[in-house]
Structures are given as C-alpha cells and as structure tokens.
Design a protein around this ligand. Structure first.
Ligand code: NAD
Length: 290
C-alpha cells in the first residue's frame, strides 16, 4: 500500500519503520524528527498524504492534529483513510473524523497502548473508533504495527476506551503505591505484601505486572531507578483528557479527579517530571498524613 505517516517521534518513527519493513511504500513527514530507515522523506504533510491510500498521524495533542488535518485532508484522494493514532481529546477526534468524512474520506481514531517498546516490537494494542469499511482497510496495517486491534465503535470510541483505561491505571497505581507506603509503616515486609495482594482481591496490573516496589514482582521501571517506562507527565496528560471528557458529558469521576490532582502536583512541583509514573511510591514513602 501507499502510506503517508505524519509525526515521526518516539512512537511514530518505529511504527512507520515497521510498515516500510513489511514492504509498504511509506512517505513520512515531521516538523523536527528525522525520517527512519526505509521511509521516504516528504517536504510537507500534504506531500506525504498525496496519493496515499492510508494516512497515519502520531502527534502530541488535539490542537496539532486539527491543524495537520487542515493540511492533509484536501490533499487526500476520495476513498483514502485518515487514521489518527495519537492520544487526543474525544472532541478533536470526532471533529477531524467529520472533516475527513465530509471530504469523502474514511476516518479512524486509533490510539495505542504498549509504549515505545510496543511500537518498536510491533506489539501495540490499537483501540479503534470509526466506520467498518475504514477499519477493514487499515486492519492489515494494525496487524503489522501491533498484536491486537479492537474496533470499539464509531468515531471517538477509540479515544474513549484509551482514556477510561488510563484513568483506571492512574487510580490503581496510586492505590498500589499508597498501600506499599502504609505497609512499610505497619512493619509489613514488601515481598509478603506482594505475595498476598497479587494473589488476592487487591490484585491489578499495577501490582502484578508493573510493581512499583524495587526488587519485588517482575522487572519494572522501579528496578531501574524509576526511569520511564511510562513517564508521569504522559499519565498526567491522559488523566487530564479523562477529566475533560468527564466534564463534557457530566460524568462523576471522583477518583479520576483526585488522581489527576495528585499527578499534577507530582509532575509540576514534586520532582515527578521525567520519572516513571510508578515513582509515586518513593513520593508516598516520605509523606505523613499532614
Ligand atoms: P513525540 O513528541 O516523541 O512525537 C511527536 C512528533 O510529532 C514529534 O516528532 C514532533 O516533531 C511531531 N510534530 C509536532 N507537530 C507536528 C506537525 N504540525 N507536523 C508534523 N509533525 C509534527 O511523542 P510520542 O511519544 O511519539 O507520542 C505521540 C502520541 O502518542 C501522543 O499523543 C502520545 O500521547 C501518544 N502515546 C505515547 C506513548 C509513549 O509511550 N510515548 C504511548 C501511548 C500513546
């Protein structure tokens, strides 16, 4: 297939490279990042999109996605599909899909989970919103870049799934970290705490697969000085998107709201910037109730 790829950063570059490696003709554009091997460098986003059957975007936020869509939608041929893999607000995802569909294009929002490792290894999970035909067109490409693509519903459903999942993740990570800090103060050994909780009703992905306590459970960023991994500021971005969405539809999300507040102060004033999101544990260790 002829593919355009806009946004060749930490995630986009390895995703585009995997498509090229699989034999597709990929034309890439980024304002700053270099083109990965096998990808042809376009001079503009519109040039990368011209003649492409599928155009992927992998960009920092919804405002940038809307600006890029204004450039690429007019350059695309009717019947082609615009597939955004960035994590953005549901409103931007729906607005860009409407714009693309009004121009005779297919449109998908397809945010990912799996991080930079998953992008490099072709093991991402895609959560996809949009029409059946567009999904069928892009599905073979999802299979190259990932291990699973779930068609969640119409436009915006992929972003909705992503932010709901990450709201659960942010909340359970905080709960897991505060429980370890409480266990410390109660004199409970961390390994014993893990052995019990990971096989009892308190288990979660945060505890079992990504344990925030160094030397306990499987290898995780805690064992590497809390180097990300999944950076606290990226968790904060996703939590803020969850709260923006909750406000838009009048959903009561008190735990999501509190998790957003805790990650905001962690990232902005308490040294969390650039650390893994599980570094909430050393943060809680130092604190008392006051
Ligand atoms: P990144 O900052 O490394 O890459 C974004 C790229 O977009 C940059 O190279 C930037 O130069 C480029 N860009 C910005 N404006 C542009 C424009 N107008 N035209 C062309 N290129 C432009 O970010 P990333 O880590 O690759 O993340 C991309 C998206 O994926 C984000 O929405 C992020 O939330 C999401 N995501 C990231 C991870 C992760 O672990 N990094 C995991 C899941 C989802």
């Amino acid at each position: 297939m002829k593919i355009g790829f806009i946004g060749l950063g930490n995630m986009g570059a390895p995703m585009a490279a995997n498509l090229a490696k699989a034999g597709h003709e990929v034309s890439g554009f980024d304002l700053a990042a270099p083109c990965p091997e096998g990808v042809n460098k376009a001079k503009t986003a519109a040039q990368a999109a011209t003649g492409a059957e599928v155009v992927f975007t992998m960009l920092p936020n919804g405002a940038i996605l809307r600006a890029v869509a204004n450039d690429v939608v007019p350059a695309m041929s009717p019947g082609a599909v615009l597939c955004d893999c960035s994590t953005v607000d549901v409103d931007s995802a729906r607005a860009v899909a409407e714009q693309a569909e009004a121009a005779g294009l297919g449109a998908l929002d397809a945010p990912v989970s799996g991080g930079v490792g998953g992008a490099a290894g072709g093991t991402l999970t895609f959560m996809v919103g949009g029409g059946d035909d567009a999904f069928a067109t892009v599905e073979p490409l999802f299979d190259i870049m990932g291990q699973k693509a779930v068609h969640c519903g119409t436009s915006g459903a992929g972003q909705a799934a992503k932010i709901c999942n990450n709201m659960v993740l942010g909340v359970t990570m905080i709960a897991t970290c505060e429980a370890f800090a409480l266990a410390d103060k109660l004199g409970l050994d961390r390994q014993k705490m893990f052995d019990v909780v990971s096989t009892s009703s308190g288990y979660s992905w945060s505890m079992n697969a990504y344990c925030p306590a160094p030397g306990v459970g499987p290898q995780s960023p805690a064992d590497n000085g809390y180097k990300p991994g999944f950076a606290a500021e990226l968790m904060l971005k996703d939590l803020r998107l969850s709260q923006q969405a909750a406000e838009g539809v009048d959903a009561d999300t008190p735990m999501g709201e509190l998790a957003t507040a805790l990650y905001t102060s962690f990232v902005e004033t308490e040294g969390g910037l650039g650390r893994d999101f599980s570094a909430m544990l050393p943060h809680f260790e130092k604190r008392g109730r006051g």
